[in-house]
Design a binder for this molecule. Structure first.
Ligand SMILES: Nc1ncnc2c1ncn2[C@@H]1O[C@H](COP(=O)(O)OP(=O)(O)OP(=O)(O)O)[C@@H](O)[C@H]1O
Ligand SMILES: Nc1nc(=O)c2ncn([C@H]3C[C@H](O)[C@@H](CO)O3)c2[nH]1
Length: 211
């Protein structure tokens, strides 16, 4: 049995941090959160994606590399379960969309080198929702730099996630992926929905831990 290492994934604003916090609390797992406010490039990135994409993608990659190395040493090696609000593969999804092709090739090489010995999650929870739901949640959360987020960018990323996750399932059949439709399940305002989801997550963790 391997120690549970769960990642919650999905497009911007779908509820990854919220759900990973709920899982961490109900299962007594350590929660790994991606950094947002400390990121010095995000403001500039959303103002001018073309100009700031390389710095932004490299920053996310280096930061996640450091976070996952620490998680490996401090938690997973110690047999302490972890739930994260991202999988490192999201770097490829965003970078493919934001970087010019010639830069993406270089970026992907660096990604492969850095992720070669990264811990691999044994369960993925994939949250997805319609563009309308994502826009509503992003607005509700009210981050300044996301105020003028382009709906087309958000839709493209959601579509990219669909393709990526489906390929991932084909190439990694040993890692269970729980699909959650965020339009139908309101784990924030509906306690029944939350309990039902947490029990499905629990079932999936048991499956994943057998790997
Ligand atoms: N299932 C849900 N039902 C209702 N509201 C939700 C749901 N999931 C998330 N929310 C709300 O939507 C907002 C965004 O959630 P959250 O920050 O968890 O998203 P995220 O996927 O982690 O975002 P990001 O991609 O920016 O890291 C929050 O205000 C949260 O309370
Ligand atoms: N360009 C880019 N690359 C990434 O790897 C990445 N990961 C997250 N984000 C954006 C989405 C939210 O606005 C905010 C918080 O998730 O940061 C990213 N943006």
């Amino acid at each position: 049995m391997s120690v549970p290492f769960i990642t919650v994934e999905g497009p911007i604003g779908v509820g990854k941090t919220t759900l990973s916090k709920a899982i961490a609390e109900s299962q007594q797992f350590h929660q790994l959160r991606e950094i947002v406010d400390e990121n010095p490039f995000l403001n500039k990135f959303y103002d001018d994606i073309e100009e700031w994409s390389f710095q932004t993608e490299m920053y996310f990659l280096c930061n996640r590399y450091k976070q996952l190395s620490d998680i490996q040493k401090k938690f997973l090696y110690e047999q302490q379960p972890v739930v994260a609000d991202y999988h490192i593969f999201k770097n490829l999804i965003f970078a493919k969309r934001t970087l010019p092709a010639e830069e993406y090739v270089k970026y992907e090489e660096i990604y492969r080198i850095l992720t070669r010995d990264m811990p691999v999650p044994n369960v993925i929870i994939y949250l997805h929702a319609s563009l309308g739901t994502l826009m509503k949640r992003i607005e509700l959360r009210g981050r300044d730099f996301e105020k003028n987020i382009d709906p087309a960018y958000l839709q493209q990323l959601s579509d990219d996630y669909e393709v990526f996750v489906s390929n991932f399932e084909e190439t990694h059949p040993e890692i269970p992926v729980l699909h959650v439709n965020g339009d139908e399940i309101d784990f924030v305002n509906d306690a029944g929905d939350l309990q039902l989801l947490l029990s499905k997550v629990d079932e999936t963790i048991r499956k994943g831990a057998k790997q």
